[in-house]
Ligand binder design. Structure first.
Ligand code: NAP
Length: 476
């Protein structure tokens, strides 16, 4: 059979992108922008809904951040792009299916789990990962059944002080009335309205100079009308080692140091709710009573230089207890292995070299398989960080096409994947289906004075889509 240049008009490149979060959409964008590349993209998501963490992770009171989906919607509407929602790799389709149907595969599967603390007591009732709490208030189908008894908690300990810790702290302490018009899940709003949480401890294992939050996120908490951010002047003080180290760090480190000093200088304040920022405290055990968490036992640390002179925390052998009826571990996300896809247990990512998948860390390139986003580099960076990261992967994909040829595609090639899914009884969701669900959620939201009312259950999503289709057919 005649061979045609792969990626040419006569033989377009067929790409499967797994996951429909920001990194996947930036990969699609980079592919579409590549000069002289003729490409067709099929975008798969295990949920019927697109946008990954923009829908399931970004806090409901950060609607501006979510407006980035306008760019993704435009890409999804492009005739070169198709959406297959409710299709999970490893469950409904296998890597072998993708290899048989596509020229290249891009994994944009994110990090679906969380890092463990690895201390005794992690299984006590009342101990959760922030991933669960975030998924719960955002109506993510995986987490909608979780229970957070906020009416029974006065003090919450959040382990870690990154931006996820900021999000959960803000949601816990913000007046629920200020969340009522957002897209927060209805059940979560109802629970927050019953909440008795008045105090959140933010536990940082390093010092104030190494706080992981962005200054803007902490400022937002400090500006909440009924919340004081309380930091002891002793813990806010910057040690000489950190002062020296911080001089070469990004500007946000200097801003954090300044902000923490300002907040410490304000004193404890007289507002009814408190965020107590603690530094140099590492949880060593979660203490329980009757199977429920009652406190976090922490070891106090000090900073010592590592071989590169970077300040690292070292236990001092001094311990204390921080009371908490609820503990949220915000110590980072972690990827989960997918059948047939290489996985690096140590980092929780897909081993790769600049986006080319490797069969093991430092191993051989797996031909035609690529990775983007958190699955590629781990759980770091903001939404926008994913754009240049995906461009890097797409550059590798395009470079790998040099000189490649392939036989012409059969006329009904576009039908092959939908046919396969139908044969397997997979109820896949198209972009039009998602749009039907999207407009349902927005209309319901409008009627209730909210941005949207999320449908949080997959079976219910499919029912809504079917009933909308039936109504549209009746009208036609
Ligand atoms: P992160 O920024 O890496 O923060 C993780 C925190 O957990 C750090 O304080 C870390 O301390 C601590 N930690 C890790 N292991 C620990 C352990 N064993 N014991 C105690 N503490 C531990 O991660 P994240 O908050 O999950 O956020 C992930 C990414 O999403 C970040 O890039 C973040 O900026 C981004 N994000 C942004 C927003 C926003 O812009 N609004 C919202 C959410 C998330 P060390 O620093 O000492 O390692």
């Amino acid at each position: 059979m005649a061979q045609l240049p792969l990626g040419s008009e006569s033989r377009p490149l067929r790409v499967a992108v797994i996951g429909s979060g920001p990194s996947s959409f930036y990969a699609v964008q980079a592919l579409f922008k590549t000069q002289n590349l003729h490409v067709r993209v099929d975008l798969f998501d295990r949920l019927p809904t697109p946008f990954g963490l923009v829908r399931g992770g970004v806090a409901p009171d950060h609607q501006k951040i979510k407006s980035v989906i306008r760019i993704y919607e435009e890409l999804a509407r492009d005739p070169r792009c198709r959406f297959f929602g409710n299709v999970a790799l490893g469950r409904d389709v296998q890597v072998e299916d993708l290899v048989a149907h596509y020229d290249q595969i891009v994994y944009g599967v994110g990090n679906e789990s969380d890092r463990k603390l690895g201390v005794p007591g992690e299984d006590l009732a009342g101990v959760h990962s922030a991933t669960e709490f975030v998924g719960w208030y955002n109506g993510h189908p995986d987490f909608r059944d979780r229970r957070f008894d906020l009416a029974a908690a006065h003090t919450v300990a959040v382990v870690g002080n990154g931006n996820v810790a900021m999000d959960v702290t803000r949601i816990l302490l913000k007046n629920p009335a200020a969340l009522a018009d957002t897209d927060i899940a209805d059940y979560a709003l109802a629970e927050l309205q019953k909440s008795r949480v008045r105090e959140v401890y933010l536990l940082g294992r390093r010092g104030p100079a190494q706080a992981a939050f962005s200054p803007k996120e902490m400022e937002e908490i400090a500006e909440l009308p009924d919340v004081d951010v309380v930091i002891s002047p002793e813990e806010a003080a910057i040690d000489p080692l950190s002062a020296q180290w911080a001089a070469n760090e990004p500007r946000s480190t200097q801003r954090n140091i300044k902000l923490i000093a300002e907040l410490a200088a304000r004193g404890p304040g007289d507002k009814p709710k408190k965020v107590r920022c603690r530094f140099l405290v590492a949880p060593v055990e979660l203490l329980g009573e009757g199977g429920r968490v009652r406190a976090v036992r922490v070891e106090h640390g000090e900073l010592v230089p590592d071989a590169q002179g970077v300040p690292r925390p070292k236990g001092t052998g001094r311990f204390s207890e921080i009371p908490a009826q609820l503990v949220l571990k915000a110590v980072g996300y972690r990827g989960v292995p997918i059948r047939g896809v290489p996985f690096d247990e140590r980092s929780g990512t897909i081993p790769n070299a600049a986006g080319r998948v490797l069969d093991r860390p430092g191993g051989a390139v797996v031909a035609n398989q690529y990775v983007v986003g958190w699955a590629k580099r781990g759980p770091t960076g903001l939404i926008g960080t994913n754009s240049p990261d995906s461009v890097e992967t797409v550059q590798a994909m395009v470079a790998d096409l040099t000189g490649r040829t392939a036989p012409a595609l059969p006329a009904d090639e576009r039908d092959a994947m939908p046919r396969l899914l139908r044969e397997r009884g997979v109820e896949f969701v198209t972009w039009e289906d998602w749009q039907a669900l999207d407009s349902y959620e927005q209309e319901l939201g409008k009627a209730r004075g909210k941005v949207r009312c999320k449908v949080c259950d997959v079976a219910e999503m499919l029912r809504v889509i079917k009933s909308r289709q039936a109504k549209a057919e009746e009208r036609a």
